[in-house]
Design a protein around this ligand. Sequence first.
Ligand code: SF4
Length: 68
Amino acid sequence: MRGRVEEDLCMGHGMCAALAPGVYEVSDLGTNDMGEFVVVAGAEDAARRGARACPERAILLEEEVHSG
Ligand code: SF4
């Protein structure tokens, strides 16, 4: 799974890292500056929880497309 943080939308609530500390990191200012990232296998649910928790909807996740 891949994802992207819209840094213009991030208001530094830190909810993403609070809910999914293994997936998201925030700076000393509390903002998530990760940009594009890859979610490691097994961390997808945590990634979704963190993205849903973002009040600004700044985290976009691309679900993997499985063929075959
Ligand atoms: S929860 Fe959203 S607004 Fe808050 S730090 Fe994470 S990406 Fe930014």
